[in-house]
Design a protein around this ligand. Structure first.
Ligand SMILES: [Zn+2]
Length: 365
């Protein structure tokens, strides 16, 4: 079963609505941090804490100690404890770090279980708040599982996750059979048919204006009104940059899944790549995690085969014409010259062709 989330912007929230959202995010964060503290306490006392034991203590205390949690949906606090439980589970399985305290202003959000809200066209009803306008209505049909309200710069969003009735098979005409994709620094992607995806050229000018805003911020008194206003300007710019990036990724992944039956990619070992500092910024800018996420769900929609080529496969060092393998290839060499057969080819295109070949070989194996 395919679960998709539709993220919709909340349309012109009123002062009262915004206050509610902020309070609910605060409640959620407070419960999480309180729970983490309590978890450590129980652990140090020799007990075996779980999300439930921590929540029980919280619920017993809340009528007297934290009466304000009743001002917002009960999900705000409740979900925080199950999130904490999940974070510890991940930690115990060595999938994540030890949970840390949540900071105000970063990833502000709260959760709503499906019995806690009601949708009607482009409106949503939230407990203890009432109807809230959305910029569009839900595009997916199926069982609604949950929703999460979150903030980005000065905008609020609701992400509604839906278990799709039927996987909406998308039509793809004139689909070519196979493509190899080389993900890189100079271009976001180079395809084995010679196409390239730039993935966000306007970002250069925007990062210049970011630097200007940051310089201005440094001159403001910390915590002053001007400081807060300047910070919001930066947050809005970050939001814009993120939108451009994600849009570029969507265009690329859509083109790949819609245009080709079989998509061969290098195994995206992002962690390993990020260790290389020179590549780190360029790669995190391009958002390879996001790319992986998009390509995975789109492959289900378009029924593609995604072939992961081993990350140790020497896609750049090999000659796509004669299979000769170079011992060394500097990152600065943008053109591949083969000493064996004399071919000269763009470095990234050479890699993309090799990835396509290797993908076919893996698939046939
Ligand atoms: Zn060659």
């Amino acid at each position: 079963m395919l679960v998709l989330s539709h993220k919709i912007q909340i349309k012109n929230p009123t002062y009262k609505q915004e206050q509610y959202f902020r309070q609910a995010c605060g409640t959620s964060r407070f419960a999480y941090n309180w729970g983490l503290e309590e978890w450590k306490k129980q652990y140090n006392a020799g007990k075996k804490p779980t999300a439930r034991t921590v929540r029980t203590v919280f619920n017993a205390l809340k009528p007297v100690d934290f009466p304000w949690v009743f001002n917002v949906t009960k999900c705000a606090a409740e979900q925080a404890f199950s999130d904490l439980g999940t974070a510890f589970k991940r930690f115990f399985r060595h999938l994540g770090r030890y949970p840390c305290f949540k900071k105000k202003g970063t990833h502000d959000s709260f959760y709503l279980s499906n019995d806690q809200f009601k949708l009607s066209g482009s409106k949503i009803r939230i407990p203890k708040l009432g109807w809230v306008k959305l910029t569009e209505s839900l595009r997916f049909s199926g069982k609604i599982l949950s929703a999460t309200v979150s903030r980005a710069a000065d905008k609020w969003f609701i992400s509604i996750s839906v278990q799709m009735d039927t996987a909406p098979l998308k039509k793809s005409e004139n689909q070519a059979l196979v493509v190899g994709v080389d993900l890189g620094v100079k271009h976001l992607a180079t395809l084995s048919n010679g196409e390239t995806a730039s993935g966000g050229k306007p970002l250069k000018t925007l990062s210049r204006s970011e630097a200007r805003l940051q310089r201005h911020l440094a001159k403001c008194t910390f915590g002053s009104k001007r400081y807060i206003r300047q910070k919001m300007k930066i947050a809005r710019l970050h939001y814009r940059i993120r939108c451009i990036r994600i849009d570029g990724l969507h265009k690329l992944t859509h083109h790949l899944c819609q245009g080709f039956k079989i998509v061969c990619l290098e195994d995206l070992n992002v962690k390993g790549m990020l260790k290389n500092h020179k590549l780190a910024k360029a790669i995190s800018d391009m958002g390879f995690y996001e790319l992986k996420r998009q390509i995975e769900y789109k492959a289900t929609l378009f029924r593609n085969f995604i072939v992961s080529v081993d990350k140790w496969f020497p896609s750049s060092k090999k000659c796509s014409n004669c299979d000769h393998k170079k011992e060394e290839l500097k990152l600065s060499e943008r053109t591949y010259h083969c000493d064996e057969c004399g071919v000269s080819i763009d470095r990234d295109l050479n890699a993309a062709i090799n990835i396509e070949r290797e993908g076919i070989r893996v698939l046939a194996y």
